[in-house]
Design a protein around this ligand. Structure first.
Ligand code: F6P
Ligand code: MN
Length: 322
């Protein structure tokens, strides 16, 4: 098992990016600790506020966001940050080389039940000719990410990260306080008999998704000729971690439940980083219309349909849209 920095140097990751990654991980170690102590320190439950997206903020969402934001902005490595919990981007060092988008605490409905939650991040190069406080700097496609990852606060605290040369697993070793690389070049199996979707929305999906899931449910008596299992952790970090570990199809399809919100997951700090991780592990990450990472963003908080995971199963699903 290799320590993080030597592992990244071996992968030819530039030194300034390694420094930024170390800064991000310092923040996540602190978040991991705060999460474990939340009940003891009176940090369970909601605040009285909503974020820009009209979602009730949990106390831990706010704590994680402040921690992550402060550590990044103080580091000098970033020109700006954007977060699920911030209305717009926040300026950092005008000479910072990178910009970071993040979801400080993904799956926060799992906080109260002591289930999986995590921090998701996506790093792009800063644009030199733009001001640090210009949110348009974030309008770069997922293709331009230089690094993406998440830290999962589960029974073990795990980092899953790519810098464009494979997706690797790391575990936080609390005996020395650093992350060790435990698996190199994780591969998502091409075929799967497992899917993840919030089935309670079924009646609101478009016909192709309804037909696809119906055929999965028919199992070996239906057109797919094999049985499928279903899992839903309700935290994207948890569901994608399972897909990266043993394969599967994860989808949050478009729905008509709320006409003002046809999609749920956010492009910049949920779909793009997860797409980079999945593709670097040999999987596919699509909407029903094309690759997620090809989308040219128009808004920091824009939402997108997600169909990702085992490549043959993603193709099978997309076949229903043709
Ligand atoms: O951040 C949004 C999110 O919590 C994801 O982590 C998760 O995949 C999804 O929403 C859960 O959605 P639902 O509440 O419909 O189960
Ligand atoms: Mn989230």
């Amino acid at each position: 098992m290799q320590r993080l920095a030597p592992a990244l140097r071996e992968d030819n990751v530039p030194l300034d990016l390694i420094s930024l990654i170390k800064t991000i991980l310092a923040a996540t170690k602190e978040i991991s600790f705060r999460v474990s102590q939340a009940h003891l320190s009176g940090l369970m439950g909601s605040t009285l506020d909503e974020n820009i997206q009209g979602e009730v903020q949990k106390q831990l969402d706010v704590v994680a966001n402040e921690l992550f934001k402060d550590i990044l902005l103080e580091s000098g490595f970033v020109k700006a940050i954007s977060s699920e919990e911030e209305d717009t981007s926040v300026a950092g060092n005008p000479n910072g080389k990178f910009i970071v988008s993040f979801d400080p605490l993904d799956g926060s409905s799992n906080i109260e039940i002591n289930s999986l939650i995590g921090t998701i991040f996506s790093i792009h190069n800063a644009q030199e000719d733009m001001d640090a406080d210009d949110p348009d700097m974030f309008k770069q496609s997922g293709n331009k990410q230089v690094c993406a990852g998440y830290v999962l606060y589960g029974p073990a605290t795990m980092l899953v990260m790519t810098t464009g040369s494979g997706t690797h697993f790391y575990v936080l070793d609390r005996t020395h306080g650093g992350f060790l690389r435990v698996e190199r070049n994780v591969q998502v199996p091409k075929d799967t008999q497992e899917f993840a979707v919030n089935m309670s929305n079924q009646r609101f999906w478009q016909a192709p998704m309804q037909n696809y899931i119906n055929d999965l449910l028919l199992g070996d008596t239906g057109p797919r000729g094999k049985n499928f299992n279903m899992r839903w952790i309700a935290a994207m970090v948890g569901d994608i971690h399972r897909v990266l570990t043993r394969g599967g199809l994860f989808t949050y399809p478009a729905d008509t439940k709320d006409p003002n919100k046809p999609n749920k997951l956010r492009l910049m700090y949920e779909a793009n980083p997860m797409s980079f991780l999945i593709e670097q592990a040999g999987g596919k990450a699509m909407t029903s219309e094309g690759r997620i990472m090809d989308i040219e963003p128009t808004d920091i908080h824009q939402r997108v349909e997600c169909i990702m995971g085992s490549s043959n199963e993603v193709d099978a699903c997309l076949g229903y849209y043709k």
